[in-house]
Design a protein around this ligand. Sequence first.
Ligand SMILES: Cc1cc2nc3c(=O)[nH]c(=O)nc-3n(C[C@H](O)[C@H](O)[C@H](O)COP(=O)(O)O)c2cc1C
Length: 190
Amino acid sequence: MPQPRPEVMEFLLSRRSRPAKTLGPGGPDRSALEQMLAAAARSPDHGKLEPWRFIVIEGASREQAQALAADRAQALELDESTAAKTVAAFGQGEVIVAVISSPKPSEKVPLWEQHLSAGAVCLALLNAALASGWGANWLTGKMAYDPVFIMDFLRCTDGEAVAGFIHIGTETVMPQDRPRPNLSAITTWA
Ligand SMILES: Cc1cc2nc3c(=O)[nH]c(=O)nc-3n(C[C@H](O)[C@H](O)[C@H](O)COP(=O)(O)O)c2cc1C
């Protein structure tokens, strides 16, 4: 017999992100964050390759990220508003967890599946933060795709990529829900 967990379904059916720019100061302490990371690391992972890793960006590291992002925005000649947004993002949320997709050599598990697993980790971390009562948002942005930023700041190696920056902080506003997909338009019952 199925053993329903209605409170979990209620969470999944109503969960929504809190925009990073609305997150206020205050966030999970180290042990609470470790619990969220443990939840995220329970994500499905074909072949048990663990093709992901976390970088916790907090305190002074956020300022270092902002300084490098400012340099990179200039080097990349980003327009003023994109540059400002790119830099500001690293100040949003008390803590930012970079989820790095870190594929492992495998004859059995395609690269695509390893990246998908990293995406699953992002959602699991986002949901763990929301379920713990924090505001949270999954962003990427220009720096996620800048080879210099990801090598110099995140110490990414060849083949690694940023699956997401999960911003976690104190919720200040509960956003209106956004329109959700029309299930009948995206579902085929074969
Ligand atoms: C891989 C990925 C990257 C994203 N990057 C950004 C981003 O850089 N900027 C942005 O405004 N939203 C970005 N989003 C969307 C936000 O996460 C957005 O808040 C989200 O779609 C809201 O979803 P929810 O309310 O269902 O949680 C991204 C989403 C994903 C899956």
